[in-house]
Design a protein around this ligand. Structure first.
Ligand SMILES: Nc1nc2c(c(=O)[nH]1)N[C@H]1C(S)=C(S)[C@@H](COP(=O)(O)OP(=O)(O)OC[C@H]3O[C@@H](n4cnc5c(=O)[nH]c(N)nc54)[C@H](O)[C@@H]3O)O[C@H]1N2
Ligand SMILES: Nc1nc2c(c(=O)[nH]1)N[C@H]1C(S)=C(S)[C@@H](COP(=O)(O)OP(=O)(O)OC[C@H]3O[C@@H](n4cnc5c(=O)[nH]c(N)nc54)[C@H](O)[C@@H]3O)O[C@H]1N2
Ligand code: SF4
Ligand SMILES: [Mo]
Length: 716
């Protein structure tokens, strides 16, 4: 007999509502949930792949332990005993910093990892906590911290009400939006144009999004220069009008002074964006009542990611679009993590300590992952000797992945909380596999902070978890008990409840407490878990509201437009501008609709068809390098090289080549039977972990210098 369930696709930030039809323990069908107030029936091709994931014979459902180089199934107690014993011994002998942690992207989409995992990692007391943050959104969080006083204050473009959407370094038609939860962006962007508005995409590639919009090519890594020129024009032409919040803003004088040195005519040769286009953009932003500048991963993971991300906020503020409808706004989430985090002392921190080997700054209590490999391989006090990974695949997803791949082999012990034996977890001594997305309940804790409307959604599991399975939160709670004993902040935070009660409470209990304490909870008839259960499609809480100044966490509720950290980084940018040479060949990435970072290539329906790990090369460069369409080429850098097929395309600007990330599944020992037949090559075997945004320690994945040669030429 078939049954219908309402669930969420937790693969990306759009978090679309889905309707799952099951027959016993089988998924029969997955469709968009027409009644979800946010997604209204929209899904992308990845949602149906949740069925492949659920039924994937390669997915682990029981713990495995490595014996004589092979993984063998064991019971949970045996696995937990081993992990507890080994990690305690290593910590006992070498101190807390000897334990390292890396947690990855799916954490953000997993209630259990958020409320039990992250607090566990923080409670271990080690400096060596690493996350996907530093190959992703770290610069956005830094801007939140330095400008508004809280790392969780991330601005969201009010896309449904804007008349000018300027999109830098993002391709929402493929990524489905990031720090902008807005399912069906194709429809939402079409609506902007249909109401007479404009969409302008600034990107080194004419992306799928750019194809439906106005497009300006920009040379990778130069957004900060272009944005400074926008600021220059705003001041020079008397267009800087911050509006309602002007009285709260500090740093206007400093901004005017620094922007003076960056007129568009001076930056244009380096950025590739014509001075006239920059002037026109500045004027349009200043004169359009509802406009928003939005920047995403392309402006974060580059040499000047900190500066570029800061300047996006600055331009929104100077043109009066900060915290205004149709502009750059802030949410009112039903569970508001920002004040809770502040209570717990986690409003954010930057540079309070530095990494041991390279001296990179901590952010939010975590170190940049570009330095993890050397923290493992460099002897001395504080060396990482054991590693916990959770929901991460840093061998494929962080720069110089080969180096990390080798470093993992030197660990004394490694445990991974992950459903797959993949490029990273193959190094583990123990793998603890959690339940899958259809086997656990879900509440959108994080994405409600970055959504284009306010809403709340709770979804019970589609399938009950099997007797022999464990949820991520159960695994993390058990590890907390084994590693830390009952007297840990994680457990203390819940009062004197103790492990048994916490385990009974589970993520649901925590959601219930959070809802009641949240801004929608205290109202009469406010939100509770019971109410959310009665609305299985989710509850719409309306459009974004003005939140400033109340929402500011700075002293005196100020908005700091020119923090000294950014001003101090400007000489580095100026040097780069002055030393720039034409003729460099640089590498950028590319996301693909049927991929999800590195980990969904084991779904037959997502990988079928032509190979997709292909290098895009501009026709001028192809001619110069003697490359033809379909030929194999060698892409190389200072740290490594890969062999990839070439597609000659004027989609990329001259001097730029593009390769998608997340491929390279041919390493020995991975247990991904579908993915390894469509292996591709890993872009991060070529990216250098020494190329970083020096201000923030974020990986500069984009804009690294590379060389490309025809494979045939190599042979002859
Ligand atoms: N289908 C699919 N969806 C995904 C993912 C996936 O792997 N596949 N990953 C998810 C994750 S983890 C994230 S963080 C989001 C990211 O979401 P987006 O930020 O929308 O992701 P990208 O498609 O990588 O877009 C980055 C764009 O920046 C451009 N770019 C590169 N360098 C520069 C530069 O220096 N300046 C400018 N202006 N542009 C530059 C690239 O050409 C690219 O078009 O997507 C999420 N959604
Ligand atoms: N060159 C280049 N590199 C990039 C990027 C780029 O654009 N270019 N993008 C960067 C970005 S934005 C990101 S976010 C990172 C992603 O970096 P990571 O998060 O390290 O990598 P993912 O590929 O997302 O790997 C996710 C892992 O989590 C496991 N997993 C999936 N679901 C769950 C779950 O519910 N619980 C647990 N415990 N495990 C789960 C999967 O099996 C997989 O091992 O990659 C970054 N790397
Ligand atoms: S856009 Fe696709 S992957 Fe993202 S939540 Fe929706 S269905 Fe899932
Ligand atoms: Mo990401």
């Amino acid at each position: 007999m078939t049954e219908t369930h309402y669930a969420s696709c937790t693969l990306c930030e759009a978090t679309c509502g889905i309707t799952v039809t099951t027959d016993g323990d089988r998924v029969v069908d997955i469709r968009g949930d027409e009644n979800d107030p946010m997604s209204r029936g929209y899904i992308c091709p990845k949602a149906t792949a949740l069925a492949d994931l659920h039924h994937d014979p390669d997915r682990l459902t029981r713990p495995v332990v490595k014996r004589d180089g092979r993984f063998v199934k064991v019971g949970w107690d045996e696995a937990f005993d081993l992990v507890g014993r080994r990690l305690r011994a290593i910590r006992g002998e070498h101190g807390k910093d000897a334990l390292g942690v890396y947690y990855g992207n799916p954490t953000a989409h997993n209630l259990g990892l958020l409320v039990f995992g992250v607090p566990l990692f923080r409670s271990l007391g080690t400096k060596n906590v690493y996350a996907a943050t530093s190959v992703d959104q770290l610069p956005h969080m830094l801007a939140g911290l330095l400008m508004f006083g809280h790392q969780a204050l991330l601005g969201v473009p009010d896309i449904d009400r804007t008349d000018l959407f300027v999109c830098l370094g993002a391709n929402p038609l493929v990524s489905n939006g990031s720090i902008m939860t807005a399912p069906n962006l194709r429809k939402r962007l079409r609506a902007v144009r249909e109401r007479g508005g404009r969409v302008v995409v600034v990107d080194p590639r004419r992306t799928e999004t750019a194809n439906t919009a106005e497009h300006l090519f920009i040379r990778p890594g130069t957004d900060a220069l272009m944005l400074l020129s926008v600021v220059h024009v705003l001041f020079a032409e008397g267009l800087a009008r911050p509006g309602r919040l002007a009285d709260r803003m500090t740093g206007l004088t400093e901004l005017r002074a620094v922007a003076e040195g960056f007129p568009p005519e001076k930056t244009a040769p380096v950025t590739g964006v014509a001075a006239d286009d920059v002037r026109a953009l500045a004027r349009a932003l200043a004169t359009t009542e509802r406009a928003a500048v939005y920047g995403r991963v392309g402006i974060c993971t580059q040499e000047f990611g900190g500066l570029a991300t800061w300047l996006v906020v600055v331009v929104n503020a100077l043109t009066g679009h900060l915290d205004e409808p149709g502009g750059y706004m802030f949410t009112t989430p039903a569970i508001d993590l920002a004040p809770l985090a502040r209570l717990a002392g986690h409003a954010g921190s930057f540079g309070t300590f530095r990494s041991r080997v390279r001296g990179l700054p901590e952010f939010g209590g975590e170190l940049p992952v570009v330095t993890l490999a050397e923290e493992i391989t460099t002897p001395g006090p504080g060396q990482v000797r054991a590693l916990i990974t959770a929901a991460g695949n840093p061998v494929l997803s962080t720069p110089n992945g080969r180096r990390l791949d080798e470093a993992l082999d030197q660990l004394e012990f490694m445990v991974s909380i992950d459903p797959y034996v993949n490029e990273t977890t193959r190094h583990a001594d123990v793998i603890l596999p959690p339940t899958g997305p259809l086997e656990r309940s879900h509440y959108e804790l994080l994405l409600a902070l970055v959504s284009v409307r306010n809403w709340a959604k709770y979804r019970p599991p589609v399938f009950p978890r099997g007797e022999q399975q464990r949820h991520d939160w159960e695994i993390c709670l058990e590890l907390a008990v084994r590693l830390l004993g009952p007297d840990v902040p994680l457990l203390r935070a819940a009062g004197r409840l103790g492990v048994a009660t916490l385990s009974k409470l589970g993520p649901e209990g925590i959601v219930e407490l959070g809802l009641r304490a949240g801004p929608h909870g205290l109202l009469r008839g406010g939100l509770s878990l019971r109410k959310l259960r009665k609305h299985p499609h989710g509850v719409d809480l309306g459009p974004l509201q003005r939140r400033f100044p109340e929402r500011l966490f700075t002293k005196g509720k100020k908005i700091h437009l020119a923090p000294k950290e950014y001003l101090g980084d400007l000489p580095r940018l100026r040097r780069r501008m002055e030393q720039w040479q034409p003729g460099e060949l640089v590498l950028i990435g590319r996301r693909q609709l049927r991929s999800n970072n590195s980990w969904m290539h084991n779904s037959p329906r997502l990988v079928k068809g032509k190979p997709r790990c292909i290098l895009l090369v501009h026709p001028d460069d192809a001619q110069r390098l003697g490359l033809a369409d379909g030929e194999q080429a060698v892409l190389s850098s200072a740290v490594g090289e890969v062999q990839v097929p070439v597609e000659v395309s004027d989609e990329v600007m001259p001097g730029v080549v593009s390769l998608p990330h997340g491929w390279g599944h041919d390493r020995p020992g991975v247990r991904l039977s579908v993915a390894s037949r469509h292996a591709g090559a890993s872009i991060n075997d070529v990216t250098d972990n020494k190329c970083i945004d020096e201000l923030t320690g974020t990986a500069a994945l984009s804009g690294q210098r590379v060389t490309v040669r025809a494979l045939a030429a190599t042979r002859s």
